[in-house]
Design a protein. Structure first.
Length: 117
């Protein structure tokens, strides 16, 4: 049994736990851009001590690569910190951005977006 069996994904428009990655429409290789990861973009996720998003991780899987490259990690404090984080990213080649988020009740979720130049 591997961790992949426990990672959930869904259409973020219908599921409040799925992370969404927003990036600019136009990207250039080697130029920094903001990648904003949000949980609850369409359907608000609770942000209480009892039910909250604990953290985000962001990865890239390059088209010509074999492995995920870890870009960053953000820990969130319930109630005072909303489930939204912006990473400053600089990529030289196309691939897939993959975000994971952890809900203290509903576990590990993932979302992705394509990077093209």
């Amino acid at each position: 049994m591997g961790i992949g069996e426990f990672i959930k994904s869904a259409d973020w428009k219908n599921e409040k736990h799925a992370p969404v990655i927003d990036i600019p429409e136009s990207l250039k290789p080697g130029e920094a851009f903001d990648a904003t990861v949000t949980v609850g973009k369409e359907i608000a996720h609770p942000n209480t001590i009892e039910h909250h998003i604990k953290w985000f991780d962001l990865y890239v899987k390059y088209d010509d690569g074999q492995f995920l490259v870890h870009i960053g990690h953000a820990e969130l404090t319930p109630v005072t910190c909303q489930p939204k984080v912006t990473f400053s990213v600089k990529l030289d080649k196309p691939g897939m951005l993959i975000a994971t988020s952890y809900c203290n009740i509903h576990g590990l979720w993932e979302g992705s977006c394509r990077i093209e130049f």
